[in-house]
Design a protein around this ligand. Structure first.
Ligand code: UD1
Length: 416
């Protein structure tokens, strides 16, 4: 199994270009199936989740052509073939085929989605949404069978502003008869990106990015085109790295607004940085102050940035706390940070992080995608060599991470 070998201690300088957002792209590829003949998605990151989604598109008899970062998808001969479990279980986003195939064929058979093990992650809100549109949902063993004679627009109130449920209901509603209103919708930028794609294909959709989204069904969607928005989680990860070991490190091609809460937290920690239109320039902060973090839905502090931020907090002066409100078990990676010398205490969903600790290289296992990012950052600031096993989870979400970091001076390589 390949491993990441990281030699810590180098200052990083130069430019890191941010890729298209993973969480947006993984929704846009399934969304493309709503178009009758073709669609185009630009700025698609080359990551493992996309490779698996393309395999699912092949199963569904779609053709596609990849040119640089552009994917052109031909859905003319789309077929509702069963999606094998070994593909759907590779990632969380396979659940978006529920919404699109329900809209197109009124029948879906798909196994429970995979994804990082960071909590129970039920999909009850997605199911309730489909049922409100007129579908019946049966779970047999691990497989969902969703049927609808007709899909009819409805008002759906989400008990929690779930990203996945908001997008999935939006996708299913595109071809429902009449108007669907999603109340307490999630407001993440990725939702706006998917809505813009649907609009480009002819869908009437209003309010994406707010808590109320209105979708008017339309059977004739076609020729959608969109550029995937910049990956705000990737951007924030590298900005945090810049605060730890940057030397005028420039993080480019991002949307500053999308990471507003993270930048404000960095300022609160006494970290300074320069912002330009779509760029942040940041250097190592000599005196990082401790802080308290509460993860929230957008526009709050993102749960996906909680792990890398904790690596930063191990270097702060004083003690910080992190309250994780989105997932029940998202502190597994701290066991590995502790192996490197960090001092953290977990009490259910509250983490206490003692700052000012010296991290030392160690042999570690990547427990989940963002936890893996936290360990990469830790390896880069540690003394000595860190070896990370199970790195396929990191490659699921960070495009060319080794190349991007090597280019700015990091000593990091994949070894067999
Ligand atoms: C998406 C992101 C993930 C991010 C998360 C929160 C993708 C592919 N993944 O995941 O990176 O961490 O948003 O920003 O976009 N929940 C329910 N019932 C449901 C749906 C969700 O109880 O039907 C709960 C989940 O268990 C979790 C919370 O709601 O505790 C947030 O989930 P959700 O916003 O749906 O996240 P995902 O779409 O899975």
């Amino acid at each position: 199994m390949p491993k990441l070998k990281i030699e810590g201690g180098n200052l990083l300088t130069g430019k890191i270009e941010i890729s298209g957002s993973k969480n947006s792209a993984v929704a846009l590829l399934p969304a493309a199936l709503l178009c009758k003949t073709k669609s185009k998605i630009l700025s698609v990151p080359k990551i493992r989740d996309i490779e698996y989604l393309l395999k699912i598109l092949e199963v569904l008899n779609c053709k596609y052509e990849i040119k640089n970062q552009e994917i052109e998808i031909d859905t003319t001969n789309l077929k509702n073939n069963p999606i094998p479990e070994e593909l759907s279980e590779q990632m969380r986003a396979s659940y978006y085929f529920m919404g699109t195939l329900l809209a197109r064929f009124h029948h879906v058979e798909i196994s429970f989605p995979g994804g990082c093990v960071i909590g129970a992650r039920p999909i009850d809100l997605h199911i309730k949404g489909f049922e409100a549109l007129g579908a019946t949902v049966t779970l047999i063993k691990n497989k969902y069978i969703i049927d609808a004679e007709n899909l009819t627009g409805a008002t759906i109130h989400l008990d929690f502003a779930s990203v996945g449920a908001t997008i999935n209901i939006m996708l299913a509603a595109t071809r429902a008869k009449g108007v669907t209103i999603i109340e307490n919708a999630a407001q993440e930028p990725e939702i706006v990106n998917v809505a813009e794609f649907l609009k480009s294909a002819g869908c009437e959709i209003e309010g994406a990015g707010t808590s109320t989204i209105k979708i008017t069904g339309n059977e004739e969607l076609d020729e959608g085109i969109i550029k995937v928005c910049p990956d705000r989680i990737e951007a924030a990860t590298y900005i945090i790295l810049g605060a730890l070991i940057g030397q005028n490190l420039s993080i480019k091609n991002l949307n500053i607004e999308h990471i507003d809460k993270v930048l404000k937290k960095l300022s609160e920690c006494g970290i300074s940085y320069e912002t330009k239109e779509n760029e942040v320039i940041i250097s190592k902060c000599k005196k990082i102050l401790s802080t308290n973090i509460v993860t929230e839905t957008y526009p709050g502090f993102p749960t996906d940035i909680q792990p890398p931020f904790v690596t930063l907090l191990t270097q702060a002066e004083g003690t910080s706390t992190v309250l994780e409100t989105i997932y029940e078990s998202r502190f597994k990676y701290t066991e590995y940070l502790k192996k490197m010398g960090a001092t953290t205490i977990t009490d259910q969903n509250l983490l206490t992080v003692k700052g000012g600790t010296t991290l030392t290289g160690a042999e570690l296992y990547v427990p989940d995608l963002r936890g893996g990012a936290a360990l990469v950052l830790a390896g880069l600031i540690a003394t000595g060599t860190t070896y990370l096993d199970n790195i396929s989870l990191i490659l699921r979400g960070y495009e060319d991470i080794v190349e991007k970091l090597t280019k700015v001076g990091a000593k990091i390589e994949i070894i067999e």
